[in-house]
Write a protein that binds this ligand. Structure first.
Ligand code: CP
Ligand code: NVA
Length: 306
């Protein structure tokens, strides 16, 4: 039997597969924009398991599956036996006998890895403490729509070395671009946690302004991610100087884009002037979650379509 292809971290797919998926996402987006019905996944069911909150991820997966002709079921920790301690391995056995594909948003990466190891069907990472690969797929697709290939370009990451940062770093290796990272002291990238075997595609900067200099894309994320709320006050103090503002955008290239996966805190990690300004593409990023994930689900279930 062919091994099941999961999408648990960015490097689970290679550059050729991403190239296919980005082209496919553009096609699927065009069908959607033109109200052309496209139902390759009739009778297929997606289970979505949420152990953390979500707006965009739930909506884009649920709407996406519906638009492809299938159905989606929302499960969360509170209302399922997962919240009462049923082993994740048992849940995986059961859930994957009843549906065709699973998306999970959870805490440690180890949880989704264990689920996938016991699943008969493809499992997609909808965010873990370590990674957020669907978001980075959408972000790179958004970059390509605006400026073409990201290969050889420079992405400036300002802020926490969190799930988004780790995934940008993996993507840089797979798709051959560079990341300039600036984190406050004590919050530096941990290559092992980021799943990085190749550290040649990123550079650490003490000064966030220097990280942004000549960048093609400037991006950031919340100072406190879900699951780390107890550190909120300390982080607010530590991250004061890691706010993306107009000065940082000014030292980047004049055509640089600003990205943020959302939800955002204006006045913390980014100023309102930047996120609501002309270089910001945050609404396209959010919308593109829908299109890239439809391409991804189609690919994991049916393979390449021509
Ligand atoms: N960007 C993102 O994943 O948003 P949600 O937390 O709303 O799903
Ligand atoms: N880094 C953030 C992303 C939210 C979509 C978090 O994990 O909370």
């Amino acid at each position: 039997m062919k091994p099941v292809q999961h999408f648990l971290q960015f490097r689970d797919l290679d550059a050729q597969q991403y190239s296919y998926l980005f082209e496919r996402a553009a096609r699927i987006k065009a069908y959607f924009k033109n109200y052309e019905m496209y139902h390759p996944l009739v009778d297929r069911t997606l289970a979505m398991i949420f152990e953390k909150q979500s707006t965009r991820t739930r909506l884009s997966f649920e709407a996406g599956m519906h638009q492809l002709g299938g159905a989606a079921i929302y499960l969360n920790t509170r209302d399922t036996q997962l919240g009462r301690g049923e082993p994740v391995e048992d849940a995986a056995q059961v859930i994957s006998r009843m549906v065709d594909i699973v998306m999970i948003r959870t805490f440690e990466q180890d949880i989704i890895e264990r689920f996938a190891a016991h699943s008969r069907v493809p499992v997609i990472n909808g965010l873990t403490n370590e990674y957020h690969p669907c978001q980075i797929m959408a972000d790179i697709f958004t970059y390509i729509e605006r400026h073409g290939s990201i290969q050889g370009k420079t992405v400036a990451w300002v802020g926490d070395s969190n799930n988004m940062c780790n995934t940008w770093l993996q993507a840089a290796v797979v798709l051959d671009f560079n990341v300039h990272v600036s984190t406050p002291p004590g919050y530096e990238v941990e290559p092992e946690r980021a799943g990085l075997y190749d550290t040649t595609h990123y550079e650490q900067f003490d000064d966030p302004m220097e990280a942004c200099r000549d960048a093609h894309l400037v991006t950031t994320d919340v100072w406190t991610s879900m699951g780390f709320e107890a550190e909120n006050e300390e982080r607010k103090r530590d991250f004061q100087d890691w706010q993306v503002d107009a000065d940082m955008m000014r030292v980047a290239r004049s055509d640089a884009l600003f990205m943020h996966c959302l939800p955002a805190h204006r006045g913390e990690e980014v100023t309102a002037e930047v996120i609501d300004g002309p270089q910001s593409v945050v609404w396209d990023e959010a919308e593109n979650r829908l299109h890239v994930q439809k391409a991804l689900m189609e690919y994991l279930l049916l393979g390449e379509q021509h």
